[in-house]
Design a protein around this ligand. Structure first.
Ligand SMILES: *Cc1c(COP(=O)(O)O)cnc(C)c1O
Length: 458
């Protein structure tokens, strides 16, 4: 008999308490946080779905690596291990350690960018776009049109639209394209995967035009799981082989180790070309650190090296993708509108569909974020008009295209009963959905307002 239940492929050795709170207490906490859960302290939160970045639980092996970290300034053992592991996965000869993903982006895209330069991607993640635009260059997303329809169930909604890619290259001239960046999985698009076929096409186009092809590899292991499951010809390959094959198509990568590195901090650049690597190394030494530690302690490099080995283990990936899908499928079945299919690291709820009575200028996504906290102590983030809304010259809101709420699942942190608890909270959310109230912003900063804005309930 084949047992079908997929279980957490680990036992728990160290525990961290969750501070239990009542709805009455949470009412006060939320009011004091001005209805913005970013302003809550972590002790006021039961289940923290704010982000999957840097929030992974490390393994006993990684913790032992932390103790074994070699903190020598140059040529540390931990650096050698870090370099060898990344080299083995990517087959790129030049590895540059950074303190996190955006530092790698600042160095590489800062060097490649500048006024008049164009970057093309399936979707530029927000720090990617910010670093490109900060250099004076322009970032253009080339996502397939199907990808923005939340109800369409397609296997690879993260794919880069190769037609748009070629059109943009022809329009701006290949000499002005600084690089093509393929983000796997596509974080901003809901953690949707990119197929190997798509990566191959992108690679071919870049080779034909002589354009640099970079992978944003933050979740390349999660992406490999979807390729293994959904793409013809990959069912017999290991996840690691799939990851290696995808790296083989590109000229280099940028990676935040806070996601599929299973570490709490870290990142790196890896490149094939010596000249480009030398230019980046100069910037690395000026702003991050010497070449054999960059922005990292030796112990961090140990933890990342071990994390990168663990992340392609079949039992881990099966559990990881299944547990994200489990939450999405269960709440969808209850009647909660979500983005389909469920991606790798998060479930996105369509708050506009859930709360049709709340107009977009009263932020239905933020209303759901507040309800989830009040009803269950669950913290998550609005990805809608609070995050992306702008004002016209009359001060009227120009809303974002979608009003989503992201439930990002930290890796190896919560058990199935935690997730069952969240599902039960959603039952309550549905029962009381007609009572949910919109909000108004009473104080906001100029940039990235979702982090620090104050709200009031209507
Ligand atoms: C998180 C992330 C980054 C930036 O990495 P940090 O470590 O947070 O600086 C870049 N790209 C993608 C796709 C990400 O998810």
């Amino acid at each position: 008999m084949q047992i079908k239940t997929i279980i957490e492929p680990f036992k728990i050795k160290t525990v961290e308490p969750i501070f239990m709170t009542t709805e009455e207490e949470r009412k006060v906490f939320l009011k004091n946080a001005h209805y913005n859960p970013f302003l809550l302290t972590s002790e006021q939160v039961l289940i923290d779905f704010l982000t999957d970045s840097g929030t992974s639980a490390m393994s006993a092996n990684q913790w032992s690596g932390i103790m074994n970290g070699d903190e020598s300034y140059a040529g540390a053992k931990s650096w050698k291990r870090f370099e060898k592991t990344i080299n083995d996965l990517t087959n790129y000869p030049f590895i540059l350690p950074t303190h996190q993903g955006r530092a790698a982006e600042r160095i590489l895209y800062g060097h490649l960018g500048g006024k008049g330069k164009i970057f093309l991607s399936n979707t530029h993640f927000d720090t990617t776009r910010a670093n490109i635009e900060f250099s004076g260059a322009t970032a253009i997303d080339c996502l397939t049109p199907e990808a923005t329809d939340t109800s369409l169930e397609l296997p690879f909604k993260g794919n880069l639209d190769t037609k748009k890619l070629v059109q943009n290259i022809e329009k701006f001239g290949k000499e002005n394209i600084a690089s093509v960046i393929l983000t796997v999985t596509n974080n901003s698009g809901g953690g949707q995967p990119v197929s190997m076929e798509n990566a191959k096409e992108v690679s071919k186009i870049c080779k034909n035009y002589g354009i640099l092809f970079i992978l944003d590899a933050c979740r390349i292991a999660e992406n490999s799981f979807f390729i293994h499951e959904r793409e013809k010809g990959f069912g017999d390959k290991t996840y690691k082989q799939i990851v290696q094959e995808m790296f083989s198509l590109a000229d280099g990568c940028v990676m935040s180790a806070k996601k599929d590195g299973l570490a709490n901090i870290g990142g790196f650049i890896a490149l094939r070309d010596k000249e480009l690597a030398d230019a980046c190394t100069n910037l690395l030494i000026i702003t991050e650190g010497y070449t054999t530690y960059g922005g990292l302690a030796g112990r961090d490099m140990e933890a990342i090296a071990i994390g990168l080995e663990e992340v392609t283990e079949p039992d881990y990936l099966k559990y990881r993708i299944r547990s994200t899908a489990y939450l999405g499928e269960k709440i969808n079945k209850l009647g909660v509108p979500i983005m389909l299919p469920v991606g790798g690291h998060a479930v996105y709820v369509d708050a506009k569909k859930l709360y049709p009575q709340i107009p977009v200028d009263e932020y239905p996504g933020q209303a759901l974020v507040c309800e989830l906290y009040l009803k269950g102590g669950i913290r998550c983030v609005e990805i809608g008009s609070v995050m992306f809304g702008k004002y016209d010259e009359n001060g009227k809101l120009i809303p974002a295209p979608m009003e989503l709420v992201r439930l990002a699942i930290p890796r190896r942190v919560y058990t199935q009963s935690h997730i069952d608890y969240v599902i039960e909270v959603f039952e309550e959310i549905l029962r009381t959905k007609n009572k949910a109230r919109g909000l108004k912003i009473i104080q906001e900063p100029k940039f990235l307002r979702h982090f620090t804005s104050y709200f009031e309930q209507n």
